[in-house]
Design a binder for this molecule. Sequence first.
Ligand SMILES: Nc1ncnc2c1ncn2[C@@H]1O[C@H](COP(=O)(O)OP(=O)(O)OP(=O)(O)O)[C@@H](O)[C@H]1O
Length: 341
Amino acid sequence: MISLQNVKKIFQAKSGVVTAVDDVNLTIHKGEIYGIIGYSGAGKSTLIRMLNGLEKPSSGEVSVAGRNISKIKGRELRKARQEISMIFQHFNLLWSRTVRENIAFPLEIAGVNKKERMKRVDELIELVGLTGRENAYPSQLSGGQKQRVGIARALANNPKVLLCDEATSALDPQTTDSILELLVDINKRLGLTIVLITHEMHVIRKICHRVSVMENGSVVEEGNVLDVFRKPKQLITQKFVKQVSEPEEAKDSIEHLLETYESGKIVQLTFVGDSAEQPIITHLIKRFDVDVNILQGKVSYTQDGPYGTLFIHVDGAEAQIDSALQYIREQQVELEVMTNV
Ligand SMILES: Nc1ncnc2c1ncn2[C@@H]1O[C@H](COP(=O)(O)OP(=O)(O)OP(=O)(O)O)[C@@H](O)[C@H]1O
């Protein structure tokens, strides 16, 4: 559905030449929710803007839904943009128009007649859960409702691709989750391909099938979300994964626990997919002569299954502890011994 080949974007800034996107190669499949994560300045916005022709690559090719976006112009580009719509962090709504009028706007531009327009707007209002708010103005809506209008407007002309530019960054965590759920729902119902950029791993974890990590204009890591969570290779990816996998207070309390326990071992277990749902701790206690103390844990859910970390303290005779840890490793659970105490 989307392919980027050797895509580079160079800006001539006052301070000199900036390579915002540096030789990026990507393939995004039809019906996929694809995430691009990176810190501010990594090149995400520039990359996503090249997907709908708002920026032209300095070199390389961008192809979306069978069209070479980097080459087309004028009417052809405008037509392509109807198939590649976008939602934004600050919603970009028309403040003097009601919900209904905002959603109708792209249909007016596309020349859809009034009767069909009204019918389509009604469908969209229902799809995004705004029934009852049709005649409100954006200033009368909550952040989440404003983004729902943004989504309805973006879907008006039945696009093939929806681009999301930090679409939940201005929302509180609960509203973020409800918008992410709406995006998953739309992806499933309409088979829409969704590409999103974000600096929050929570967003990737919650809805994406695959992810690219960007740093200094380059894609430094790519893969299925669950695989990236299981074995993040780059330091930057490890930092992003920690945002969602480790309990926030983990570091402090592990230091405290290391002082508390005078024997045994503290280990961090990382469960991915099916292994997150097995009663490994129960098996451990039954099979080995060890005491197991659960210290902290957190399970998160991705589109491809659960992912979790658990800190435990295992105590007993050394040989028993070693056998128990060996058993855990054999269950396809990643294991890291925090220290020997
Ligand atoms: N029009 C422009 N002219 C000059 N430099 C630019 C332009 N647009 C982006 N850049 C530079 O390109 C680099 C990548 O910017 P970009 O906005 O794509 O990153 P980002 O990952 O989206 O970060 P943010 O989330 O802060 O927007 C930055 O160094 C930025 O200053």
